[in-house]
Write a new protein. Structure first.
Length: 169
């Protein structure tokens, strides 16, 4: 399914050959440029997306890609977990597409999918330096529930953070 909402940006969630690699590449490049992450972060993303692709269950899992003129400018994914929970992953908006509501649109699409799929809760892991993303998460009801000590991760000093959201019944 392809949906256009910004006249410039379209969303699709039907996995196509190359999609997983494109999402991996965008994460690797942008996190290196913006935050100094090293190659181990891209490897981490590639491994997780590879598993997602192998175990993909269309009614329980979904990956959205946002494109402008055929170029990937954003992504977000949902992975179904046990006990009625879903994990939100791979949320990213390219700097050229920020400030136009794309991040909120991707987040809202993913949460609507979670509700329709019957998930009772959604959680995500992020890092402390992604403060704009944290503000977006809390604006839709996520709560910070866990934080690791600052330590070397992916070539930089980071604290990992878990956010949780209980979905209305």
């Amino acid at each position: 399914m392809v949906e256009t909402f910004d006249r410039e940006v379209s969303l699709h969630h039907d996995l196509r050959p190359g999609d997983l690699g494109r999402v991996t590449e965008l994460h690797g490049v942008l996190y290196a440029e913006e935050f100094g992450f090293d190659h181990t972060f891209e490897s981490y993303v590639a491994e997780a997306l590879g598993e997602f692709g192998r175990l993909y269950r269309p009614g329980q899992d979904r990956l959205w890609l946002a494109e402008r003129d055929g170029r990937l400018v954003g992504s977000i994914g949902i992975v179904g977990r046990e006990d009625g929970a879903a994990q939100l992953r791979w949320f990213l908006v390219h700097p050229d597409a920020r400030g136009r509501g794309l991040g909120r649109r991707l987040l809202n699409e993913s949460l609507a999918f979670c509700r329709a799929a019957g998930y009772r809760s959604v959680y995500l892991w992020t890092v402390n330096i992604l403060t704009d993303a944290a503000r977006l998460y809390t604006s839709v009801g996520f709560r910070l529930t866990e934080e690791t000590p600052v330590q070397p991760t992916w070539g930089v000093m980071l604290a990992e953070q878990r956010y949780d959201l209980t979905l209305a019944k």
